[in-house]
Write a new protein. Structure first.
Length: 204
């Protein structure tokens, strides 16, 4: 069973229905990729992003590997009290589990009446997850459809020192926007998720 097929079925969708369902003219989801080479770059980019969300009374969550989470918590200081934090080691157990955890978390935040949700997410690349980078790319691409109408900003961090080459290459195909030294900008390499998913599903 392909990962995209399993994910779609878990959400009550089929690939045909994904291709046929109405697409929002102006999706509210902001889904960005941020690639970095040093822990200091992660901290200097994530901390102001998180503090801005806390100041706006948004729901803010950070999911990163354990050691990076500690560094971010220290750098955030008192602002960390307003941030929900989870370790990637347990969060990203599988693409289906990760999607379900994000769905449960966003539903809970919206149920609390939060005006917007701001998330930083970083996969951890273990021997198991490194063996299936395409499965994770399919999962992230699908989020562009299933989360399109949610008031959510997601910054997906990729550590160039540990992420597989295939994952880094795909990261620029599955995120509509990217974050770099110039801030947030449109990603010219982004591929529509229906096209991406159907093409990848054909690979088996």
């Amino acid at each position: 069973m392909s990962t995209v097929g399993a994910l779609a079925r878990a959400l009550g969708l089929t690939l045909d229905s994904l291709a046929g369902q109405p697409r929002p003219l102006a999706p509210t989801l902001v889904h960005s990729v941020f690639c970095y080479d040093r822990l200091a770059d992660l901290v200097s980019t994530v901390v102001p992003f998180v503090i801005d969300g806390v100041a706006r009374d948004e729901a803010v969550a950070v999911i990163t590997p354990r050691t990076k989470l500690r560094a971010l918590r220290t750098a955030l200081g008192d602002a960390a009290d307003g941030v929900e934090m989870h370790e990637s080691e347990s969060w990203y157990s599988s693409p289906i589990d990760a999607e379900a955890r994000y769905r449960t978390m966003t539903d809970r935040f919206l149920g609390e009446g939060r005006p917007w949700i701001r998330i930083v997410g970083e996969q951890i690349w273990t021997a198991r997850t490194r063996a299936h980078p395409e499965a994770w790319a399919r999962y992230e691409s699908l989020l562009n459809v299933t989360f399109a109408n949610l008031p959510v900003t997601v910054m997906c961090a990729y550590d160039r020192r540990s992420a597989p080459a295939a994952a880094l290459a795909d990261s620029h195909l599955i995120h509509p926007t990217l974050v770099d030294a110039g801030g947030l900008r449109t990603n010219a390499d982004y591929v529509d998720p229906v096209h991406f998913l159907v093409e990848r599903n054909g690979r088996g």
